[in-house]
Design a protein around this ligand. Structure first.
Ligand code: NAD
Length: 306
């Protein structure tokens, strides 16, 4: 990567752990998640045309969370663009855990449903994990089922969670070789941080996971070739934490007090990173694209397996 040449080591003494760089001005190249997602959708549309029927994604929204409504709408629109049929059910805030589970079970048993998505978070009082475990493993296109998580950890076939899968596609799109590189994942949630770490490990990166109790995230970040920020904290990663030329993937989705959407990575990181994903237009669209990929794969397994 040419951008990695944009710094000069001033202190190579191995006794000094804090290597100092003379920061030559560099501007990170942006990884356009929206464009990559659209090109993946076009390829999926081709695969869908080869199927005897449209793939079907069932989407369950419970309650009135405004952000969830936007996410569901964006997923439904992406299905429409690609040729996937979406079937949405919206249950009221007052729905019980049993109501939710009954709907999921109905879709499990419906042979025309290929993928089931339960939009999180669920209203208080509903055990999200229990609901997720109710989704049939072969329809778990979100990849959150404990069986899917187990498949990932043990390197077996299974649905992979969409956000970290999207990040892997973005790294691949720039031809980035992870083998032997040091990757830092900031965040350890079941849906982003942990599976992200596993996928990077699968590609032979040396992986460190930082979280809210990590005292030296800055030091770890400075040693990283790749930083995946998934903490949900605006401006958590600043330029002085980034090794010049590093790849910085911004998973975060936060709102500034003025309502603007932002990630976890501060604006000044553009002057330090070699590659950077924008927010919006980065990991978000790729997450949706990977949901479509999983849904089409599920339909192919169901419809072409005979
Ligand atoms: P989460 O709240 O479940 O987990 C956040 C993690 O970050 C925790 O493990 C916590 O320990 C860690 N953390 C918090 N503060 C930290 C700090 N100061 N330093 C280091 N680690 C810290 O969140 P999540 O569901 O994993 O999502 C993380 C972010 O990614 C959120 O902003 C979310 O909106 C966003 N997100 C984006 C997409 C997308 O499609 N772009 C998808 C999923 C999540």
């Amino acid at each position: 990567m040419g951008s990695a040449l944009g710094f000069r080591t001033l202190c190579d003494n191995p006794l000094h752990h804090n290597i100092q760089w003379e920061r030559l001005h560099m501007t990170a190249q942006l990884i356009d998640g929206k464009a990559l997602a659209r090109s993946m959708e076009a390829k999926l549309a081709e695969r869908i045309r080869a199927l005897p029927r449209k793939p079907v994604l069932a989407v369950l929204l419970v309650g009135e969370d405004p952000a969830s409504r936007v996410y569901v709408r964006n997923k439904v629109l992406a299905c429409e663009r690609t040729g996937i049929e979406s079937r949405s059910v919206h249950l009221p805030e007052t729905a019980t855990e049993e109501d939710v589970i009954r709907q999921v079970r109905a879709w499990n048993e419906d042979p025309t449903v290929d993928g089931i998505l339960v939009q999180l978070p669920l209203p208080r009082g509903i055990d999200a994990q229990r609901v997720i475990e109710t989704v049939a493993l072969e329809k778990d296109v979100d990849g959150f089922h404990v069986g899917s998580a187990g498949a990932l950890v043990t390197g077996r076939e299974g649905f992979r969670p969409c956000t970290p899968s999207g990040v892997m596609e973005m790294l691949e799109s720039i031809g980035y070789e992870l083998r032997g590189k040091h990757a830092l994942v900031i965040g350890r949630s079941n849906i982003v941080g942990k599976p992200m770490a596993m996928m990077l490990l699968e590609k032979d990166a040396t992986v460190t996971v930082a979280h809210s109790r990590t005292p030296n995230t800055k030091e770890l970040a400075l040693a990283a070739d790749v930083i995946v920020a998934a903490a949900g904290r605006a401006d958590l990663v600043t330029a002085d934490m980034v090794k010049p030329g590093a790849v910085v993937i911004d998973v975060g989705m936060n709102r500034r007090p003025d309502g603007r959407l932002c990630g976890d990575v501060a604006d000044d990181v553009r002057d330090a990173a070699g590659w950077l994903t924008p927010v919006p237009g980065g990991v978000g669209p790729m997450t949706i694209a990977m949901l479509l990929v999983n849904t089409v794969r599920s339909a192919e397994m169901r419809l072409l397996a005979q």
